[in-house]
Design a binder for this molecule. Structure first.
Ligand code: ITT
Length: 221
C-alpha cells in the first residue's frame, strides 16, 4: 500500500519510515509529495481549524483530493497548561498572534520563544507544565472521494524553563531551547541527540500508534 506524506520536510518522512520499520510494518510504502505530484505544485490548504486534529484532517483531506491518493498529514505545536493550552495551533506564529507575516523561520522561532517567556513571567517552575502535541491524520481516496479515516495524537510532556536558565542547547528547532524534559527537568529538548529526541517525541509517539493501527488491520487502505 502506498501512502503520500503531505509535508515538504524530508526529515518527517524518514522519521515515520524508521518507526514503521521498527514496529515491523513493512507493507506500507511512504511517498514524498514530489514522488506523488512530480512538478505539479499543490496549494497548501489554510489551517483554519481550532484543534490539531482539525488541521491535520484538513491537510490530509485536501492533499488526498488533489492527488487522488491516500495521504498522511500532521499538525503539531506546544500547549502550556497555565496559558490555557496556548500557543496551541498558532505555535508557529505565536509572536504575531497566529498571523503568517513571511518572517524567516529562525527569527520567528526566536520571537516565539521571547513571547512565551514573557507570558510566563512570574510563573514558578513547577507551574510551567507543558507538552508538545502531534496529530497525524490519514485521508483515503475511495469511491472518487477523499475521506479522513483516522487520526491519532502523540504527546511529549515537559516544562518551560525559567529565563536565565533557558534558552539553551544546539539541536532541534522551535521551542526546544525552552523545553525541559522529564524525569529531572535539567536538560532542554535542544540538548538531546536526534535519536534521544525521537525516542520520546510527540511525532514519534503518533507515528508509532498510527503504525500499530495499520499493522493490526484496524484500518486498511
Ligand atoms: P510551519 O507550520 O511553519 O510550516 P512546521 O510544519 O515545520 O512549520 P510543525 O507543524 O511541525 O511545524 O510545528 C508547528 C510549530 O510547533 C513549530 O513551528 C514549532 O514552533 C512547534 N513545534 C512542533 N514540534 C516541535 C518540536 O519537536 N520541537 C520544538 N518545537 C516544535
Amino acid at each position: 500500500m502506498e501512502l503520500v506524506v503531505a509535508t515538504s520536510n524530508p526529515h518527517k518522512i524518514e522519521e515515520i519510515d524508521a518507526i514503521f520499520r521498527e514496529i515491523g510494518l513493512l507493507g506500507v510504502r511512504l511517498l514524498t509529495l514530489k514522488e506523488a505530484a512530480g512538478d505539479v505544485v499543490i496549494p497548501e490548504p489554510a489551517e483554519t481549524g481550532s484543534t490539531f486534529e482539525a488541521n491535520a484532517r484538513i491537510k490530509a483531506k485536501a492533499y488526498a483530493a488533489a492527488l487522488q491518493r491516500h495521504c498522511l498529514a500532521d499538525d503539531s505545536g506546544l500547549e502550556v497548561d497555565v496559558l490555557g493550552g496556548e500557543p496551541g495551533v498558532i505555535s508557529s506564529h505565536y509572536c504575531t498572534d497566529g498571523r503568517e507575516e513571511g518572517m524567516p523561520r529562525a527569527e520567528r522561532d526566536r520571537r516565539n520563544n521571547e513571547r512565551l517567556l514573557k507570558e510566563l513571567e512570574d510563573v514558578p517552575l513547577e507551574a510551567r507544565e507543558a507538552r508538545f502535541v502531534c496529530v497525524m491524520a490519514i485521508a483515503a481516496w475511495v469511491g472518487h472521494a477523499a475521506r479522513v479515516v483516522l487520526d491519532v495524537r502523540g504527546t511529549c510532556p515537559g516544562r518551560i524553563g525559567l529565563p536565565g536558565d533557558v534558552p539553551r542547547g544546539e539541536h532541534g528547532f522551535g521551542y526546544d531551547p525552552l523545553f525541559l524534559v522529564p524525569p529531572d527537568y535539567t536538560r532542554a529538548s535542544s540538548e538531546l541527540s536526534m535519536d534521544e529526541k525521537n525516542a520520546i517525541s510527540h511525532r514519534g509517539e503518533a507515528a508509532r500508534f498510527l503504525g500499530q493501527l495499520l499493522s493490526a488491520g484496524v484500518v486498511s487502505l
